[in-house]
Design a protein around this ligand. Structure first.
Ligand SMILES: *[C@@H]1O[C@H](CO)[C@@H](O)[C@H](O)[C@H]1NC(C)=O
Ligand SMILES: *[C@@H]1O[C@H](CO)[C@@H](O)[C@H](O)[C@H]1NC(C)=O
Ligand SMILES: *[C@@H]1O[C@H](CO)[C@@H](O)[C@H](O)[C@H]1NC(C)=O
Ligand SMILES: *[C@@H]1O[C@H](CO)[C@@H](O)[C@H](O)[C@H]1NC(C)=O
Ligand SMILES: *[C@@H]1O[C@H](CO)[C@@H](O)[C@H](O)[C@H]1NC(C)=O
Length: 515
């Protein structure tokens, strides 16, 4: 370390000698080599010892990555909406989809403040929602100035403020000349993805967040209909499973679910339903580990409501220990209340001696030095188990040190951060710095359906090719997979089991692809 600290002086000295002597004294190449090795060993996966087969796989992967870097249009430098097609056709992505059977910690089901019932569905691609959910009988639609709303009802539903009158979709489709156009238009209402120039459509964070919230509201009436909810959840698990994801931690508002006759179901019912479906999915797919749910509230509600929600969270955590992982606050951080505003409610579990793990979103911001920017430190003060996004972490040395020391992992969501306008070029994502020093990180996809992504592969591509650069390798991928198990909310025994399940699939993959 002392030698390292002295380097800058030595460099200045070398430079001046160089200047004076015309280049007679270049730095010692052996020392240079040693420093390069040292840095490389400090990164995520830098300590992973690769088998012969893994080294052969690594050589193939790095060759592909090199080709990718040399492309004229480098996808991680572009907006994801423009890059998606390029990524999809790149050999490394198609390779990726095979590798990434990761245990992930996902920031699914995110939603934020504003109107009354905002909820959270971004698990299944919007095509399924339109082609399957809206084609079921009794589906009504109405049109607002910017978007659409849905409801399933056995009779004409009561009118909704600021929406046209409810029309039965079946009759609307019968009257429509080209239903493909209608369906495409509805799909457009359910996603942020656009073929137009994303910079022009979403010029500011305020604009992109307001439309982001619109997409959740549009999906709300579809996904909270009990029969759709069950199929949607199962379908969501299938889509992640197809993307080689073996375990999920989902953030969920746990909305009130309704039936055709107007009956409604509470959060305990919803949680129980998720648990049953998850168990059924695992029974049908024995190599899938399962799902746990982080119950969330919006960061715009008042303090009294927050007290009630935290109390309910404590109860749900007690009653559903298998599926319920903990609690979080969601929504646009810059547009919401800081964590400290809710300090009474968030202290309730400790004050009452009742366990409730926290998984706070924090530091999803570029507003340095504001109250909101303080969230990252406050999340740690409230003993958060992980940090959602943590985009601002590298600008908080104390929080960063703490997160490292206590293993509070950062859930990095590259595409989300780009689409929601925190960073343009994903080579500049702050996680590059975190990964260069093996900070505890996991890669997540936030709301893949709304960003026009799928599962987890696109985000892994951005991490591995974008901010991973030529530095990250097969060892980094292994480490990220291991991290996602290690920093999950599973029990130590479950982690052990999950790790051996993952190792088997990994070894099989390596043996099939190392040549
Ligand atoms: C929708 O999906 C469910 C479950 O996968 C399936 O049983 C049903 O037939 C589908 N319905 C339509 C209209 O595609
Ligand atoms: C969404 O729905 C509204 C109709 O209420 C429409 O004006 C708008 O163009 C649709 N599409 C998108 C991409 O928002
Ligand atoms: C309806 O629209 C008006 C005008 O834009 C707005 O002030 C009001 O809050 C809206 N009401 C609801 C229930 O969204
Ligand atoms: C309907 O519109 C789509 C897209 O605009 C077009 O590709 C398709 O050919 C049209 N179908 C019919 C039957 O006109
Ligand atoms: C956080 O954990 C520390 C150490 O276990 C404990 O003293 C403190 O009360 C906890 N604080 C909160 C807000 O949970």
């Amino acid at each position: 370390m002392a030698a390292l600290l002295q380097r800058p002086h030595a460099a200045v000295l070398c430079l001046s000698i160089l200047y004076l002597t015309g280049g007679m004294s270049i730095p010692d190449p052996k020392q240079r080599e040693a420093l390069i090795k040292q840095e490389s060993s400090m990164q995520t996966g830098g300590q992973q010892v690769l088998t012969d087969a893994e080294q052969r796989l690594n050589a193939r992967l790095l060759k592909m990555k090199q080709d990718e870097v040399e492309r004229e249009e480098f996808p991680p430098a572009m907006h994801f909406f423009k890059a998606r097609e390029l990524i999809r056709n790149s050999p490394i992505f198609n390779f990726d989809t095979i590798i990434f059977f990761y245990f992930i910690i996902i920031l699914l089901f995110t939603i934020s403040g504003g109107a009354l019932h905002l909820h959270d569905f971004s698990m299944v691609d919007v095509e399924w929602l339109v082609k399957n959910a809206t084609y079921r009988p009794h589906c009504y639609i109405c049109f607002t100035s910017r978007s659409v709303r849905f409801i399933f009802s056995s009779q004409q539903p009561k009118p909704l403020t600021n929406c046209s009158s409810w029309t039965l979709l079946e009759s609307l489709r019968a009257k429509t000349v080209n239903t493909t156009d209608l369906d495409n238009s509805i799909m457009g209402n359910l996603t942020l993805f656009t073929d137009k120039d994303p910079e022009a459509v979403y010029p500011t964070q305020t604009v992109v967040w307001s439309i982001f919230e619109e997409t959740f509201q549009a999906a709300y009436g579809l996904v909270t209909y009990a029969p759709v909810f069950k199929d949607y959840f199962y379908q969501g698990l299938s889509q992640f499973y197809m993307d080689n994801v073996m375990y999920l931690e989902l953030r969920a508002i746990l909305p009130e679910i309704y039936d055709l006759d107007g009956r409604t179901y509470d959060r305990a019912w919803t949680l129980k339903t998720c648990q049953d479906i998850s168990r059924q999915f695992v029974a049908n797919h024995p190599d899938f580990v399962g799902v746990r749910i982080i119950f969330t509230a919006k960061r715009t509600i008042n303090t009294n409501t927050m007290l009630k929600v935290v109390e309910e969270a404590m109860k749900l955590y007690r009653d559903f220990p298998d599926i319920m992982a903990g609690f979080d606050l969601v929504g646009w951080e810059d547009g919401g209340r800081p964590l400290w505003y809710y300090r009474d409610a968030l202290s309730l579990p400790v004050a009452r001696g009742v366990p409730l793990p926290f998984f706070f979103h924090a530091g999803e911001t570029n507003s340095q030095g504001t109250e909101i920017d303080q969230n990252i430190l406050d999340a740690l003060l409230f003993n958060t188990s992980r940090i959602g996004h943590g985009f601002a972490l590298t600008r908080h040395p104390v929080a960063k040190e703490w997160s490292r020391k206590y293993g509070v992992a950062v859930e990095v969501c590259p595409i989300s951060n780009q689409v929601l306008k925190l960073v343009k070029d994903l080579r500049n994502h702050p996680a590059a710095a975190l990964m260069s020093e093996n900070h505890p990180v996991v890669i997540s996809s936030d709301d893949p359906a709304i960003f026009g992504a799928f599962g987890l592969s696109y985000d892994f591509y951005e991490a591995f090719v974008g901010f991973g650069g030529m530095r990250s390798h097969v060892g980094s991928l292994k480490q990220l997979a291991i991290n996602s198990i290690r920093y999950s909310s599973l029990t130590p025994e479950q982690k052990e089991k999950a790790l051996s399940l993952w190792q088997r699939r990994w070894d099989k993959f390596v043996s099939e692809n190392a040549f």
